[in-house]
Design a protein. Structure first.
Length: 336
């Protein structure tokens, strides 16, 4: 790939090895928007910013689905943060990890991705990528400003080579707040503010002497068609009643074993997963349709609009009417 940046390298990988699963649909200086094609035909959106030479920030918004990825990555340290949903990464050799809401995952070119699965209705997360050559040179040039030592950052967060397979870590409160702030940068001085926040985050990561590593809670679900059938049943036909016993039967398991295996595999109980699917579909309809609240309540399985409103408020901290009004009145931030 020569001197191609990490972003253009992803485009090359997509064309050369991955059936054009990532297609650049919009491009400005320092910004590329990708459509990410999943096996079920759905598309996610990835907004990629090159904030400084060799330092990139990706905003990932992916619906439920999965895709194989023939990874031939360049030398890049990637730090992922999951804000919503979950992302399962399956690596060469069949092992893997599930990055869930609030978690971070870190990997580089030595950990080869083979498959990505997004089990919940929507995955929202950030990827911060620092190229070993260009990114390290940028941080060295800005050391008097940001104080980031890339060698130290690499030593603390690069995947271990001693067989421990440290990939997941829990950010502390200060780090979690800084990650969260990246999702809300918009309006004036959009890119310069992103630049400052990313440098601050890298400084904080570099100064974190003991990351809180977590065991990779992975159950090796490749080929487990039963759980996949149950997941599809719980996430579909939201207006109809689906009992726990129905989902367990789809997975060919007893109810107790099903609940345990589902929670271990997806990081959420079956009931909570179906409730989340209902609330996310309701939020989508409030944003994209002209249906009234009662019709949306019925569409996602609530006979009582008041019970729907209470459930929606619990999930989104707003009533359905207030949520729709806030979305329609909100200014659209520039992409770059």
């Amino acid at each position: 790939m020569g001197k191609a940046t990490y972003v253009t390298g992803l485009e090359y990988l997509s064309r050369r090895y991955n059936d054009n699963r990532m297609e650049a649909v919009e491009r400005r200086e320092g910004f590329t928007r990708f459509d990410a094609l999943l096996e079920n035909g759905d598309k996610g959106r990835i907004d990629a910013y090159t904030l400084l030479p060799g330092i990139h920030l990706f905003y990932n918004d992916i619906p439920q689905g999965a895709c194989d990825w023939n990874d031939k990555s360049s030398r890049v340290l990637q730090i992922e943060h999951c804000r919503q949903g979950s992302c399962e990464l399956v690596f060469s050799g069949g092992w893997g990890a599930v990055c869930r809401q609030g978690d971070c995952a870190v990997h580089d070119h030595r950990v080869v991705k083979r498959r990505m699965r997004f089990a919940q209705a929507r995955y929202v997360g950030i990827t911060l990528a620092v190229e070993y050559d260009a990114g390290a040179a940028t941080l060295a040039a800005l050391h008097h400003v940001a104080g980031v030592d890339f060698k130290q950052l690499y030593a603390r967060f690069a995947p271990q080579s001693n067989g421990e397979r440290h990939l997941l870590f829990a950010p502390d409160a200060e780090m979690a707040a800084l990650f969260e702030s990246l999702y809300d940068v918009g309006g004036r001085a959009h890119v310069p503010r992103l630049r400052c926040k990313v440098l601050e985050l890298l400084a904080l990561l570099s100064a974190t002497e003991s990351p809180r590593w977590q065991a990779p809670s992975y159950t090796g679900r490749d080929g487990d068609a039963g759980l996949e059938k149950a997941l599809a049943l719980l996430g579909g036909n939201l207006s109809a009643p689906v009992r726990l016993e129905d989902a367990a039967r789809a997975a060919n398991l007893g109810a107790t074993a099903f609940k345990e295996r589902f929670a271990r595999a997806f990081g959420i109980s079956p009931a909570a997963y179906r409730r989340r699917c209902r609330m996310e579909e309701a939020a989508r309809l409030l944003q994209e349709s002209s249906f009234d609240v009662a019709a949306i309540a019925a569409h996602v399985g609530y006979r009582s609009p008041s019970k729907f409103a209470a459930a929606f408020r619990q999930a989104h901290a707003q009533s359905p009417t207030a949520y729709r009004k806030a979305l329609r009145n909100a200014p659209t931030p520039p992409a770059s």
